[in-house]
Design a binder for this molecule. Sequence first.
Ligand code: KG4
Ligand code: ZN
Length: 356
Amino acid sequence: MKKKTIIIGIETSCDETAVSILRDNGKNRPKILSNVVSSQFKVHKKFGGVVPDLAARAHLEKIDIMTKKALKISKIKLKEIDAVAATAGPGLIVCLSVGLNFAKALSISLKKPFIAVNHLEGHALSPKLNFNIKYPYLLFLISGGHTQYLTIKKLGEYKRLGTTIDDALGEAFDKTAKLLNLGYPGGPKIEELARKGNENRFVLPKPILNRGGSNLSFAGLKTAILRVKEFIKTDKDKNDLAASFQKTVLDILYKKTKKAIEQHLELYPKNRTLVVAGGVAANKQIRIILKKLCQDEKFKIYFPDLKLCTDNAAMIALAGLERYKKKKFDKHNFEANPRWQLDNKAKFLKGAGVKI
Ligand code: KG4
Ligand code: ZN
């Protein structure tokens, strides 16, 4: 019997050192033999956000240990690996470089192909680890670093339909939580407080709600919260603000996702599949509102396992496997690219003065 392809995936783009070993399974979904993640949550907690230099140092300390752990769990020997895939961007350059250099060295020593993976491609393909989803589909990626609607046409062909023009959604949750002294990461805390609050108490802005297609903006929300902060004295005030913030986000997501669905249908009138990935997809109210929208629009909706929709290396190994099958290998001088876009025809839409 022919040996099934085995790929090792390495991910160090932000604050998670992750390694995974994946085995091809022919026509079926690939098998995850191991998928280990070392979170730097404790390193960054007291700073209320990720500190790049500390993150890079933690990756350096952990990358070797995590690789050994992934090999041990999967019961795979280094010599059985067919290719080495690593995230080369987007992300923090000092962090990306750690995983990328490690992967290049491993590929050279094993004399096996090296594959540079776009982190967003990993997220884009990740639902295929959980579900038998066929191309094309609509992806809504909502994490601490990214907020994008993408039509996933096929491997390597992505059309960005909309993106945040300032903060990522997770970042908006985290910044709001920080203003309310709720700790980091703030998303789960805001969701918890919102359950007890009055969502109609504070009226917060919904920037570019009725223009800009499915592009999104969250920075104005943070500024508005900063303005009402002086009125936040009691626990009830905090709960009400958390609830009002979350309600505003839900209204924005309902409307913008509806728009993205329209845009997706223009490309693929017969395809009615939405996949939601990224850490913010853990939010139950967001799940409920998107499920409701998909019911109205007669779309199928998928939420991959949280372990696979937050940052992980199984999705990097999967992108590596799909590229390996198409012999899409990279040279060892491939450089880390902190702003690597999935859709290179899409305009860069961040910062003051951008036209949407
Ligand atoms: O995908 P992810 O784990 O990591 C990266 O962005 O790299 O996403 C983390 C983000 C954080 O901003 C966190 O606050 C947010 O996901 N998050 C949530 C919830 N759980 C995590 N946001 C809203 N509600 C939640 N329940
Ligand atoms: Zn990510």
